[in-house]
Design a protein around this ligand. Structure first.
Ligand SMILES: [Zn+2]
Length: 280
């Protein structure tokens, strides 16, 4: 059912974009601004620095940063209708280069990622980004994507099976059974694909909310921005264990520019809360 998979991969992004829109006004990033940052990143040939620290150190920093962000999150929880306003942030000693938001209010950050981060600000940006996914209810949207993925994939496969056998007088129960299995496999594949992808909009929204969270917790947003450069470097370099990261967090120069614009927005924004989409 290779054809079903290809068709599904082509049409799935349209369905996912349809169900995952941002609730907030996102910064507008134009192509020229993006290219400037992209060239800057390319010109930087320094290898990514790896900080050698103990697991006890990371565990301690993650707990302190999570507590500080949590303490200042109330107004953002209110505007996002995230209730109860509570996050459970866990540290994992594994080398995988990843961090993710999962099940209700949980977040896991991995040593494999933290070892590339210089200071508390960068770590706060990473944890704040995952909190942003929770605040904006992205996991719920992701589940809807997964269900849509399973359904769309199942329909495409069933149509193809039907078309392939419409005029086949020798279509027997054994083939039927095989096709049934193929259909189920494709639905599982569709579910997994839908589940693993946050849309670009969702990533931008998580960044936006992270910037506001960090501002409320009095972190230096300029220092925190370096997280984006680190992610771009991880993307460009041959970093072991990065695959998991890239599947969920597409790093890009657009995010660097968007972060800068959000810093400016926060400075001039009296409420210090992100603008809702239907707000002027
Ligand atoms: Zn993300």
């Amino acid at each position: 059912m290779r054809l079903a998979r290809i068709i599904f991969m082509l049409i799935m992004p349209f369905f996912m974009t349809a169900c995952a829109g941002s609730a907030y006004q996102l910064p507008k990033v134009d192509h020229a601004e993006m290219m400037l940052v992209e060239n800057e990143i390319k010109a930087d040939e320094k290898p990514l620095k790896v900080y050698k620290r103990s697991s006890a150190h990371y565990k301690n920093r993650v707990a302190k940063i999570a507590k500080r962000l949590q303490k200042s999150a109330k107004s953002l929880c209110d505007i996002s209708e995230y209730n109860p306003c509570n996050f459970e942030v866990n540290y994992s000693n594994e080398d995988t280069v990843n961090a993710y938001a999962h099940e209700n209010n949980k977040i896991t950050v991995f040593k494999g990622f933290l070892q590339y981060l210089k200071n508390d600000e960068e770590m706060a940006a990473l944890i704040g980004h995952e909190m942003g996914h929770h605040l904006a209810n992205h996991n719920e949207e992701q589940l809807q994507n997964a269900q849509t993925g399973a359904a769309v994939s199942g329909i495409v496969t069933a149509l193809l099976i039907g078309a392939a056998n419409a005029n086949n007088p020798y279509y027997n129960s054994y083939q039927q059974q095989q096709d049934q299995q193929a259909l189920e496999d494709m639905m599982v594949a569709g579910f997994e694909l839908g589940k693993m992808s946050y849309s670009k909009e969702q990533e931008k929204e998580a960044d936006l909310l992270a910037a506001y969270l960090l501002r409320h917790a009095r972190y230096d947003l300029k220092k925190a921005q370096n997280l984006m450069y680190v992610m771009s470097k991880i993307d460009a370099d041959e970093v072991p264990g990065k695959a998991a990261l890239l599947s969920s967090h597409p790093p890009s120069s657009a995010r660097v520019v968007a972060w800068e614009k959000t810093i400016d927005e926060i400075k001039s924004n009296e409420t210090k809360l992100p603008y809702l989409k239907n707000q002027n």
